[in-house]
Design a protein around this ligand. Sequence first.
Ligand code: CA
Length: 225
Amino acid sequence: MRVLVVEDEKQLAIALKKGLEAEGFAVDVALTGTDGLWMARENDYDLHILDIMLPEVNGYQICATLRDEGVWTPILMLTAKDGEFDEAEALDSGADDYLTKPFSYVVLLARLRALLRRGGRERPAVLESGSLRLDPATRRCWRSETEVKLTAREVSLLEFLLRHENEVVSKREILDHVWDYAFEGSPNIVEVYIKHLRSKIDRPFGLDTIHTVRGSGYRLASDGD
Ligand code: CA
């Protein structure tokens, strides 16, 4: 899942990026409102985290602009002071949730997970496909009753494939959602990770659920398809 953090307090922005990346998110950071709005329009994120008080364009304005333009990506606002006024204004401008600084990291993660589940269509907390189950919140994965150990990046890749079960997803889409904007390595990294996943969730079980679609990308099919 790819997240945009718009926050002008550099230390907080860096801490958020590091923390969320450790949880398997791909994170881009913008330090000004102008950059944040540009990046939000230019890229396809699964979630936006917006500070309210920002140089140039503030968080309310970014939020209202995106909503006006029909961008419905879930938005979590960070408010510096508490008070009903801020909360009301954040929600009025089209944010889905808000958090008052200073916040606990555990609470932030729980809110983000809740927003991702709610975002767009209803999403189950635990993702399933045939005998495969993935709980993105705890990063645990099972094939039938056997638990499969995955790295943070593998969880992120599998989560993306599961959210697009039976659809063909291109390498580019995978790179955009599972790696971040600054990633400049070879797109072949996707093949490498697909191979890792197959060796963990398919091969030991005699299955072949991650199909290569020549010239297009990959498709996760439930077992037996
Ligand atoms: Ca600020």
